[in-house]
Ligand binder design. Structure first.
Ligand code: NAP
Length: 306
């Protein structure tokens, strides 16, 4: 095989990417971790984590990300800030195309994560003016104010509870009459006097001039329309894979998440997947780090046999 810049390039520095980097660095692979923003991924904007073993009191998303980053850097993992434009996977030598140059590598781990889904109710007109996807970042702006949170999964429920530290009231708007979130989070939300559940309801628009003044909603059973007066609107209706830079060589599921086998190998030999961007039944920090450990060890075996 002709020489390459790296044995392994990892794309994305969330928990999956950093774990893969730690394993690869410890295996003394020539590895580069590429991240387009700051290391941490979605965990960085997660208020509090209490289901990742080893932290019985819980840990903030920021602190956990920092610990992972420090651990990776102590292993002398090289981390570069850059955005991957595309990949050329037509040859055994794989090309990672960045804005200003192309990197060659023998193997790849895609750990590019996922991003919050938009609703398309005009939220883009209110970004920075009361609409947010991040309670940790923007919650403190809503001290003693009323906010609407939309969604019924772990994120919506957990982050709504966090918002009650600041807001005087949180309307939690969900399209069904049952939450998807973990039962322990549901119990806490139902016990919280500041959270009012708005069941069987979808948001249809956002009202406001300089900023959010209300969220227009519709009850899906009665078809009744109304406005929830609020100063902010947090949207947590699921996630989309960060996979735009990938060509069709890599097989994905119907939602665009990458399909990997039990070794985390994708449809292209030498290309592995880990974390939230993978087609997986569970998206947790613990599953992301598990995926990544497997992917890194399998990538190591792959290049040994080239
Ligand atoms: P999710 O689990 O996919 O939940 C999305 C929620 O939004 C669902 O309740 C869904 O309603 C609702 N929804 C989807 N599209 C909608 C639309 N167009 N209009 C109105 N509502 C809509 O997403 P998530 O909560 O962001 O979580 C993503 C992943 O991260 C999950 O695997 C989750 O378990 C994980 N996570 C875990 C933790 C934790 O362990 N503490 C914390 C955060 C996230 P339906 O229920 O009716 O489908």
């Amino acid at each position: 095989m002709s020489t390459t810049d790296y044995d392994l390039v990892i794309i994305g520095a969330g928990p999956a990417g950093m774990t893969a980097g730690i394993y690869a660095a410890r295996a003394r692979m020539n590895v580069l971790l590429i991240e387009k923003a700051v290391p941490g991924g979605q965990v960085l904007i997660t208020d509090w984590i209490e289901n990742y073993p080893g932290f019985p009191e819980g840990i903030s998303g920021y602190d956990l990300s920092e610990k992972m980053r420090i651990q990776a850097e102590e292993m002398e993992l090289k981390i570069e800030t850059a955005e991957v434009h595309s990949l050329d996977l037509s040859d055994t030598v794989k090309q990672v195309i960045l804005k200003d140059r192309t990197i060659t590598t023998k193997s790849l781990i895609i750990a590019s994560g996922a991003s919050p889904k938009k609703l398309g109710i005009g939220e883009k007109n209110f970004m920075g003016k009361g609409v947010s996807f991040c309670a940790t970042c923007d919650g403190p702006f809503f001290k003693d104010k009323t906010v609407v949170a939309i969604g019924g999964g772990d994120t919506a429920v957990q982050e709504s509870i966090f918002l009650t530290k600041f807001a005087k009231k949180v309307y939690l708007v969900h399209r069904r009459d049952e939450l998807r979130a973990a039962k322990i989070l549901q119990e806490r939300a139902f016990e919280n006097d500041k959270i009012e559940m708005v069941w069987d309801t979808v948001a249809t628009g956002i009202d406001g001039f300089f900023g959010v003044e209300g969220v227009r909603v519709k009850n899906v059973k009665t078809e009744e329309e109304s406005v929830l007066k609020a100063d902010g609107c947090f949207i947590w209706v699921g996630i989309l894979p960060n996979a735009d830079f990938l060509s069709d060589d890599i097989k994905k599921d119907e939602y665009g998440f990458i399909i990997g086998d039990e070794k985390m190998q994708t449809s292209v030999p030498g290309v592995y997947v880990a974390g939230d961007v993978r087609d997986t039944p569970l998206r947790q920090i613990s599953t992301a780090v598990g995926d990544a450990a497997i992917a890194a060890v399998c990538a190591e075996h792959y290049i040994e046999n080239l």
